[in-house]
Design a protein around this ligand. Structure first.
Ligand SMILES: *[C@@H]1O[C@H](CO)[C@@H](O)[C@H](O)[C@H]1NC(C)=O
Ligand SMILES: [Cu+2]
Length: 143
């Protein structure tokens, strides 16, 4: 019994050791040289970029001028300043870990800025390169 467990653990260790080394993580400078700025959505910065688990987003801005908040899909769409925050940063030099697959929604919480387009959504791919599966429906039993 015990030896079986040991075997299993050994097999698991080997399996982990044999995983392909992850492609090196990317530290994305949000907005490149222009940083995180007003009307960010007009820059199209995220278009054509592939974000992966392990990458980071670096938001650079004048700390008195902007902020970064992370919210859910609906609060993002509505620019809800009273949103349920999943994260909040205001150092002007903020590093956000993309530590899970799926979409991540960010905007600037200074009144009016999000409404003017200071927002960013990124789709983070998992280690296997595929997006996270769509979340299960929130209600309902299947029988
Ligand atoms: C950017 O956001 C503004 C305000 O929400 C919107 O009117 C505009 O169409 C958006 N532009 C792009 C390129 O998404
Ligand atoms: Cu702002």
């Amino acid at each position: 019994m015990a030896s079986r467990l040991v075997l299993l653990l050994a097999a698991a260790a080997v399996a982990v050791a044999c995983l392909p080394a992850p492609a090196s993580a990317v530290a994305w400078m949000v907005g490149d040289g222009g940083g995180w700025r007003a009307k960010f959505n007009q820059t199209g910065w995220a278009e054509g970029k592939t974000f992966r688990v392990g990458d980071t987003l670096m938001f650079m801005y004048a700390r008195d001028a902007h902020t970064v908040v992370e919210v859910g899909r609906e609060d993002f769409a509505a620019c809800n300043l009273q949103a349920n925050l999943l994260g909040a940063w205001n150092s002007g030099n903020d590093v956000v870990q993309l530590d899970r697959p799926g979409k991540r929604w960010f905007f600037c919480s200074v009144p009016g800025h999000c409404d003017n387009g200071m927002k960013l959504v990124v789709n983070v791919l998992g280690d296997d390169g595929v997006p996270a599966p769509a979340p299960a429906p929130e209600s309902g039993w299947w029988f």
